[in-house]
Design a protein around this ligand. Structure first.
Ligand code: F6R
Length: 608
């Protein structure tokens, strides 16, 4: 939520690099955007606008801005509508700030400052920060002292970067809850929400810990931890500099990322399969091996991966699994016996609700495991054991390749647990590992012929106002994921249901205008799902079947169908994820929505 960046150069104008960094941060929010610099006289200057980077570039063309030091911000609105006035950086004559997070006690602070005669120009929570700091500077404090007196007054989560009038060689960053990384470039220092923002500029990075304050000057950074003591954080080489961060000729990042899945699934498997023995091995998971119950917490798409993980682990390893969404779990006073294990699944590794749940579980004596795509993220760093999805950066706001990478790890985890707990023979394990290893090729085969998905999305989904997705067993979480994908990028109202639940209420929605997508691969539940499909048909509904040839032969009266290769039921979620993603993608393209940056959303959800 909101991307922030600060740059300090000894030799060049930082505005082009700020814009470049903001481009890579847009996945965090994109409703308004701005930059601030110091002019040669040391005064603060800003350019801000509603909209995305393109709007800011246009504005800068009309009203140029330059400077050797500056801040940038791309916003996902929490308090105050997306508008130029509410866009960051917020500034006074003394200082400018960019903020990611929420200042929960902003109203109290604002009321007090208003009575003291300060004037506010925005409806944001963030503006109080710049007023507090400026007030202290006016009272005679140096910038660092002013920031140190301000931070304890703030409640909530924040990553903040401060720029001060007449201080050409100073940026201050502070982190509580929201992530911040600092980069060391050639005659350049950078600070930003993540490595993607600053990695291409800086070969070496450090990540601030919670409570850290960073004083950035040319060539150096001084870190003060939450106890007020000087601290050292390890420097790492940025892996981002060498990555391909473009669309490689694809029309959208989402499409590129869908097509990367055979590779990503294969790469993730290769991190776990011993090439000599052909057997799976995962990092040592002592709590998991001891536990008699596993709690999995995640949000959104990651929570549907978790649900599939539950089905796999319970069936194969006979270990009870609870799946919860972070926002509910952390506030409902859950009962957890010490010494059990909890698993957190997150692409970004920064989702506030998932992270809050992790910290609660840690307090309650749980062993903490995570499945994360960004290894330097907070969730990754706060886990006892990290299972990394090796999917590379995902820019499309809708998760695709990271979903299947999460599933790959969960499938492997289920097999390792099943073997360890004595529920799977070596022969069965070998069979299921082979099935997993065939997935990349099967996915590649499906991706080689996307015409039927495109046609179906264009003809049946894009014109619809409402769409239902149903499935049973492993296909039920896929139905949930299919509906989420469709609504988030095409804005078509869609709901996913367990196929057996349809008759308990949702079937009332069925008429000839509501396409019902039935995810029904051939598995032990096929005939039951086929009956549910028939029930929809009997009520004049229009059913779209996603399954295989054997299944198709057993049903009739379809409005449309997608036929996939026949596969081992174990790997259904990995393979069927692809048509589900593509149906949403092509429906969105037909409707002309902003596929990579759908309205109202952001990729990294660092607020509650
Ligand atoms: C949907 C989507 C979101 C995320 C959710 C959790 O396509 O991407 O539902 O899955 O916001 O994000 P992470 O995985 O970063 O914790």
């Amino acid at each position: 939520m909101c991307g922030i960046i600060g740059l300090l150069s000894e030799h060049r104008d930082v505005v082009p690099e700020l814009l470049d960094g903001l481009k890579r941060l847009e996945y965090r929010g994109y409703d308004s955007i701005g930059v601030a610099t110091l002019n040669p006289n040391g005064e603060l200057e800003r350019r801000r606008t509603e909209g995305k980077l393109a709007a800011l570039s246009k504005l800068l063309h009309r009203k140029p801005l330059s400077g050797f030091i500056g801040l940038g911000h791309t916003r996902w609105a929490t308090h105050g509508a997306p508008s130029e006035i509410n866009a960051h950086p917020h500034a006074t004559p003394e200082a400018a700030i960019v903020h990611n997070g929420i200042i929960e006690n902003f109203q109290e602070i604002k009321t007090r400052l208003l009575t003291e005669g300060r004037c506010f120009e925005t409806q944001t929570d963030s503006e109080v920060v710049v007023h507090l700091v400026s007030q202290k500077i006016r009272q005679g404090l140096e910038p660092l002292a002013a920031v140190r007196e301000t931070l304890p007054l703030l409640e909530g989560a924040f990553a903040l970067v401060f720029l001060f009038a007449y201080h050409h060689d100073l940026l201050i960053g502070a982190r509580r809850g929201s992530p911040l990384a600092i980069g060391f470039g050639e005659n350049e220092m950078a600070i930003g929400s993540d490595a993607l923002a600053i990695g291409p500029i800086c070969r070496q990075l450090i990540y601030l810990e919670d409570g850290d304050l960073a004083v950035i000057r040319p060539g150096s950074v001084k870190i003060i931890d939450q106890q007020g003591l000087s601290a050292v954080r390890p420097r790492r080489i940025s892996s981002v500099a060498s990555l391909d961060l473009g669309k490689s000729g694809y029309r959208h990042f989402m499409l590129k990322e869908i097509y990367e899945q055979p590779q990503v699934i294969g790469d993730t498997l290769n991190t776990m399969i011993n090439p000599v023995t052909g057997r799976l091995s995962l990092p040592n998971l002592p709590e998991l091996k001891r536990t008699n119950r596993l709690t999995i917490v995640a949000c959104g798409t990651a929570s549907f991966a978790a649900l599939i993980g539950k089905y796999w682990i319970e069936k194969l390893a006979r270990l009870p699994v609870d799946v919860e969404v972070g926002s509910e779990f952390r506030y409902r006073d859950p009962v957890l016996a010490p010494g059990q294990a909890a698993l957190f699944i997150s692409q970004s590794g920064e989702t506030a609700d998932t992270l809050g749940a992790l910290r609660l579980c840690r307090k309650m004596g749980q062993g903490i495991l995570s499945i994360v795509n960004v290894p330097e993220s907070t969730i990754a760093r706060e886990s006892n054991v990290l299972l990394s999805t090796v999917a590379g950066p995902e820019f499309g706001v809708a998760s695709t390749k990271t979903f299947t990478a999460q599933l790959t790890l969960l499938a492997a985890l289920a097999l390792v647990l099943a073997t360890h707990r004595g529920h799977l023979s070596e022969q069965q394990e070998t069979h299921l590992i082979r099935a997993l290893m065939e997935v990349p090729a099967i996915c590649a085969e499906i991706l080689a012929n996307t015409g039927p998905m495109e046609a179906l999305a264009r003809e049946l989904l894009a014109p619809a106002r409402d769409v239902l997705y149903i499935g049973r067993g492993l296909s039920y979480p896929l139905a949930l994921e299919g509906a989420l994908k469709l609504k988030e990028i095409s804005y078509i109202h869609a709901e996913g249901y367990a196929a057996g639940e349809l008759k308990h209420g949702p079937i009332a929605l069925v008429d000839e205008n509501v396409p019902v997508i039935v995810v029904a691969p051939t598995d032990h539940l096929f005939s039951k799902t086929a009956s549910n499909l028939a029930e929809v048909n009997a009520r004049g509904g229009r059913t779209i079947f996603i399954g295989d040839k054997d299944g198709l032969a057993k049903i009739s009266n379809l409005a449309g169908s997608l036929i996939l290769p026949k596969i081992d039921p174990f790997v259904i979620p990995l393979v069927y994820a692809i048509p589900i993603q593509l149906l949403a993608y092509y429906a969105a393209v037909t409707k002309g929505t902003d596929v990579d940056q759908p309205r109202n959303l952001a990729k990294s959800v660092t607020v509650e």
